[in-house]
Design a protein around this ligand. Structure first.
Ligand code: SF4
Length: 312
C-alpha cells in the first residue's frame, strides 16, 4: 500500500512527517497484513504505521540496545555464544515494525540492504569455521530473500553447522511467502527450526494459520517470539489469548521479549516491573506448554537471559 492510499484509509497520517520518518527506518504496509484494521489503536496499525514520536529523542534510548556491534566480527555476522552464530541475510522486511531494535543498528557497518557476493561468501566461511552448532538466519527478515538464496545459505552451512534456525516474521506479515516449494525444501534440509514472531491474537488471521499449519504439517518445529509492547499487548488477557491460540495451532510460545530501548521506539516500552507483573499473571493462568519465558537482551551483548519473578 502506497502513501497516498494509506493516507486515504488512515486520515490521521496526513499530517505525519512520513518522509523524515522513512528516511530513518523504511515504512512498508502490506494490505494483507493490515487486513480490515481501521482504528489507530489496532495492534497492526500501531506497530506498522509511521508515528511522529519516532523522531523524538528519549532519555532512555540506547544506540546499540542488544550489544551487537562489539559482537560482530565481520559484516552481517553476530556471535555472542560459542555454539551459536547469527547471520543477517538482508536488511529487508515485509513490514518494518516500528518497535524493532534493528531500526537504527547496523552490525558490521555495512551500508547496503543486502550483503555483497564477497560479504556473503565471507559470512558463511566464518560460520563454518566458528564451531557453532546452530546458525540463526535472521535479518531483516531471512524470508525477504528468494528461495534460491535462502537454500544456498542453508547448504553453505552444512555439514559444519548441523542445526538451522530461521527467525522470520513472514508467516505472520506475508503468509503467502510460505509456499509448498519453500516448505518441502526446508523439510528436505532438516533439522530446520522456524521461529516466528506474532505479538497479538489479531495477527493470527486465517491465511496466517494456514501458513503455520503448512510448516507444522511438514514436521518443521515452529516456535513463537512475542515482544511485550505498550499499547499493543501489555495486558495478561491479550497475551494469554495469543499463547493459548498458538498452542492450539501447534506453535510453542517460546519467548516474551522485554522491549529493547532503540532510539525511536520509546512509545512502546514498558518497565521491568510492569513486565514482571504481566508475566506473573500469565504464569498463574497458563499451562506449561503455553507459558513463554520472559527474557531481556541487555546492551552489554551478553545475550538473552530470563527475567525471574522478584522474591518477596
Ligand atoms: S520483521 Fe523483524 S527484523 Fe523486520 S522490522 Fe519487524 S521485527 Fe524488525
Amino acid at each position: 500500500m502506497g502513501r497516498h492510499e494509506a493516507e486515504e484509509r488512515f486520515p490521521w497520517l496526513t499530517n505525519v512527517p512520513w518522509r523524515a520518518i522513512a528516511a530513518q527506518f523504511p515504512v512498508r504496509l502490506p494490505r494483507g497484513y493490515l487486513g480490515d484494521a481501521r482504528e489507530a489503536s489496532d495492534p497492526r496499525l500501531r506497530t506498522a504505521l509511521p508515528d511522529p514520536a519516532e523522531l523524538e529523542p528519549h532519555a532512555g534510548d540506547v544506540p546499540d540496545p542488544v550489544g551487537e556491534q562489539a559482537r560482530s566480527p565481520i559484516p552481517w555476522v553476530v556471535q555472542k555464544h560459542a555454539d551459536r552464530v547469527l547471520l543477517l541475510l538482508t536488511k529487508r522486511c515485509h513490514v518494518y515494525c516500528r518497535y524493532c531494535f534493528r531500526r537504527d543498528h547496523d552490525p558490521g557497518s555495512s551500508s547496503s540492504e543486502d550483503p555483497t557476493p564477497e560479504e556473503w561468501a565471507a559470512m558463511f566461511a566464518f560460520a563454518r569455521a566458528s564451531g557453532a552448532r546452530e546458525a540463526i538466519l535472521s535479518g531483516g527478515d531471512p524470508l525477504a530473500v528468494s528461495d534460491a538464496r535462502l537454500l544456498n545459505a542453508i547448504d553453505a552451512l552444512r555439514p559444519e553447522v548441523p542445526v538451522i534456525r530461521i527467525h522470520t516474521r513472514a508467516p505472520i506479515t506475508f503468509p503467502q511467502r510460505i509456499t509448498p516449494h519453500l516448505v518441502s525444501s526446508l523439510r528436505a534440509r532438516a533439522p530446520v527450526w522456524v521461529i516466528v514472531h506474532a505479538n497479538h491474537p489479531v495477527e493470527l488471521s486465517a491465511p496466517v494459520r494456514e501458513s503455520l499449519a503448512r510448516l507444522v504439517d511438514a514436521g518443521l518445529p515452529v516456535l513463537n517470539q512475542a515482544v511485550l509492547l505498550r499499547g499493543v499487548n501489555d495486558h495478561p488477557d491479550i497475551l494469554a489469548e495469543l499463547c493459548e491460540t498458538l498452542v492450539s495451532l501447534r506453535v510453542f510460545p517460546y519467548y516474551l521479549h522485554h522491549p529493547d530501548a532503540a532510539p525511536g521506539n520509546a512509545a512502546f516500552r514498558v518497565s521491568l516491573d510492569e513486565g514482571r507483573a504481566i508475566h506473573e499473571a500469565l504464569r498463574q493462568r497458563l499451562s506449561g506448554i503455553a507459558l513463554p519465558t520472559y527474557v531481556i537482551d541487555p546492551p552489554d551483548g551478553s545475550g538473552k537471559r530470563a527475567i525471574l519473578p522478584e522474591l518477596v
